[in-house]
Design a protein around this ligand. Structure first.
Ligand SMILES: NC(=O)c1ccc[n+]([C@@H]2O[C@H](COP(=O)([O-])OP(=O)(O)OC[C@H]3O[C@@H](n4cnc5c(N)ncnc54)[C@H](OP(=O)(O)O)[C@@H]3O)[C@@H](O)[C@H]2O)c1
Length: 323
């Protein structure tokens, strides 16, 4: 089978498509032929060895995909031919994966295989951030940084599915249009976002900030919180890790919480299945929508990564793995 592999920490150009053996069948694993696989910022960080988990080389990149079950253990609940999304943390940019049943999720008819390929990591992270970490309540308002990126779009969609208002923070008008198309209630430009957010909320601020960007905007994120607000740290695409003066937390009765979904799974491997049980009915009845990604052929995996590096990507990016 074909796979996109990283052979050295040389950035996106170090990704090469190679013929590799199919994963060995195992009686406890579900074998899935993938239609497409998601591309995420952590894949980009892995190409330079800058991600928090540095994998031994060569390695197949990617952590998620969608396709059709080839074979499944008896009693697993899956059958050959079934459409599924999978988490394949050891590499998903390959045509076939073998994964434990608890990391396989039946795709409802409302989600296409290409949309499903890039949904799991971001939708489950957004749900984790809002539900488990920020403990959202009905009627709250959520500010989303990097709102036209992969995780940002998922956060807007999940928040809308949970009936929460959102303020999308983006760098350009083009990205504002992407955020609007993904159900943002309001959009504001990153430059000077705090004043606009306070204007939109009548001076009160937002209840929750979801921040996958970090960098120097973090202090203004804290200043944008309403009393009792929670800022959720999700990542650092802006390049620098911010520090917070904790007197700001005391003065405004606000909190900063971290949300590391992958890390959470290490101690609670059954968590994604419980999240899926909460989100699946919303996907089936159309309350939760998963938009189509920008699809690149597997041979253009380097370009797909570069679109994240240059900040030109909007929404989710995925790789087409079909033969
Ligand atoms: N905590 C978790 O469990 C978890 C799970 C998944 C992903 N993440 C993290 O979430 C972050 C976003 O991932 P993603 O896959 O959504 O990435 P993405 O699709 O590339 O989106 C990232 C967004 O960040 C913004 N950005 C600001 N400064 C940037 C810069 N210098 N370079 C690139 N982008 C910049 C961009 O929006 P503007 O141009 O509008 O500013 C861009 O749309 C990453 O840090 C990733 O590691 C965390």
């Amino acid at each position: 089978m074909r796979a996109a592999q990283l052979t050295e920490h040389g950035g996106p150009d170090a990704v090469r498509v190679a013929e590799v053996p199919e994963p060995a069948a195992h009686p406890s694993l579900v074998v899935v032929d993938l239609h497409a696989a998601g591309v995420s910022f952590p894949d980009l960080l892995q190409t330079t060895g800058a991600y928090q988990v540095v994998r031994p080389l060569p390695c197949t990149l990617g952590a998620e995909g969608a396709g059709v079950v080839r074979s499944a253990p008896r009693g697993s609940g899956f059958t050959a031919g079934q459409r599924v999304a999978v988490l394949a943390m050891d590499g998903a940019w390959q045509q076939t994966v073998a994964v434990p049943p608890q990391l396989v999720f039946p795709l409802p008819d409302s989600v296409s295989p290409t949309a499903g390929a890039g949904m799991l990591v971001n939708y489950l992270t957004a749900h984790f951030a809002l539900d488990e970490r920020a403990r959202y309540r009905a009627g709250e308002t959520v500010l989303v940084h990097g709102a036209a990126g992969g995780l940002g779009v998922a956060a807007l969609q999940v928040a809308a599915g949970l009936d929460l208002e959102t303020i999308a923070v983006v760098s350009t008008e083009e990205k504002a249009a992407v955020a609007k198309a993904n159900r943002a209630t309001h959009t504001v430009l990153a430059d000077g976002f705090k004043d606009r957010v306070l204007e939109l909320t009548g001076g009160r601020g937002v209840d929750i900030v979801l921040d996958p960007v970090g960098g120097d905007r973090f202090t203004d994120s804290l200043r944008s919180l309403a009393p009792g607000g929670r800022a959720v740290v999700l990542g650092f695409t802006g390049g620098s890790i911010p520090t917070a003066k904790v007197n700001r937390l005391l003065l405004r009765n606000v909190s900063v919480v971290g949300a590391g979904w992958g890390e959470y799974l290490r101690t609670d491997p059954g968590y994604p299945a419980r999240q899926w049980a909460a989100l699946d009915p919303l996907l089936r009845d159309g309350t939760l929508v998963v938009p189509e990604p920008t699809l690149y052929p597997l041979d253009e995996a380097s370009e797909a990564l570069r679109s994240l590096e240059t900040r030109s990507a909007t929404g989710k990016v995925a790789l087409d793995l079909r033969p």
